[in-house]
Design a protein. Structure first.
Length: 331
């Protein structure tokens, strides 16, 4: 059990477990961050297999037996995940989390930028993790996705079609937090890093002090690819996390981003995001942008859109007057 500088008393709970059960050992991570904590745990392990497990999730009693049995029968497989259930705070089972099962299909999903593993379900051959250098600490999130990308050209993958893990923290599509927006940037950064290595070029991450340090990248082409992606993150954070005023350029950039990634959101989150942009456009009298955002929000869910507008009647009246749209009330 690796304590990553927790402050909620969980280290005391883990120390109590380790004191009465010799199978458990509590380690104090010398560095901050999940990737550093994972690497420290791996460095202290001596087994053939590394099984990942997060503190908030549940493990089925037969999980390790099933995964070890599969890996012994399939020595060519080095990375093995499972299906899972999503559970809420009280432990009630919700949606089923399923992934492709065989190596070729998993890698095809990765090539399309799709999630192919659930990290808390993974069992990995320790030698493979060591050969890859473990998790890259430059990533504050998505360090597991980066690992899968780096591993796919050297190792074989599989997923057991059994629900052997119950996961609490599978990110919801309506929770527009800082990490939600950072996810888009971090995945692109990992993908470009692997593409450069495959092309025999220098890995841009080797030149960076942190995940946003793009000025340190020597390759102008790579830097130019990453700059607008980083700007997408900053714009979304400014709008939905920091809730700061936006200008017309901010609004346009976020709108393009939302449309490009609209499959990543549920309808409620997407309608809310367009609504926030609509309010910002109205604030600066950008009626052209407001008209577009009005239609985008309405097309997602007409009933929810009307309810949202009627909750702020002044906004609707102002918009109707400025645009002169006679049919706004009918909608």
């Amino acid at each position: 059990m690796v304590n990553d500088h927790s402050s909620d008393g969980s280290d005391q709970v883990c120390a109590g477990i380790a004191a009465v059960d010799e199978r458990f050992k509590l380690l104090q991570s010398p560095h901050l961050g999940i990737a550093a904590a994972l690497n420290y745990g791996i460095s202290q392990a001596s087994g053939v297999y590394i099984a990942c497990m997060d503190g908030s999730d549940l493990c089925m009693q037969n999980r390790f037996a099933r995964q070890i049995g599969f890996l012994k029968e399939n020595p060519d497989i080095s990375f093995l995940g499972t299906f899972a259930h999503h559970i809420n705070e009280t432990g009630e089972i919700g949606t089923s989390i399923e992934f492709p099962e065989d190596d070729l299909e998993i890698k095809a999903h990765l090539d399309r930028g799709q999630i192919s593993f659930l990290h808390p379900s993974m069992m990995i051959r320790r030698r493979a993790l060591l050969d890859l250098g473990g998790y890259r600490v430059i990533f504050s999130i998505c360090q597991d996705y980066d690992l899968w990308l780096r591993a796919q050209d050297r190792y074989s993958f599989a997923n057991l079609p059994e629900h052997l893990v119950a996961c609490r923290n599978f990110p919801p599509k309506d929770n527009l937090t800082d990490s939600f927006w950072k996810y888009f940037y971090a995945t692109e950064l990992a993908e470009i890093s692997v593409q450069q290595c495959r092309a025999g070029k220098r890995d841009p991450l080797e030149q960076m002090h942190d995940e946003f340090d793009l000025d340190a990248i020597e390759d102008q082409f790579v830097r130019d690819r990453l700059m607008p992606i980083r700007q997408d993150y900053y714009c979304n954070k400014k709008a939905f996390v920091d809730r700061k005023p936006l200008n017309s350029m901010d609004i346009e950039q976020i709108k393009v981003f939302l449309l490009k990634h609209r499959e990543k959101f549920n309808k409620k989150a997407l309608a809310h995001a367009f609504g926030v942009l609509f309010d910002q456009a109205m604030r600066i009298d950008d009626t052209e942008s407001a008209a577009t955002l009005f239609e985008l929000q309405r097309d997602i869910s007409k009933s929810r859109h009307l309810k949202s507008l009627l909750a702020k009647p002044n906004r609707l009246v102002q918009y109707a007057v400025r645009k002169g749209l006679e049919d706004v009330w009918d909608r």
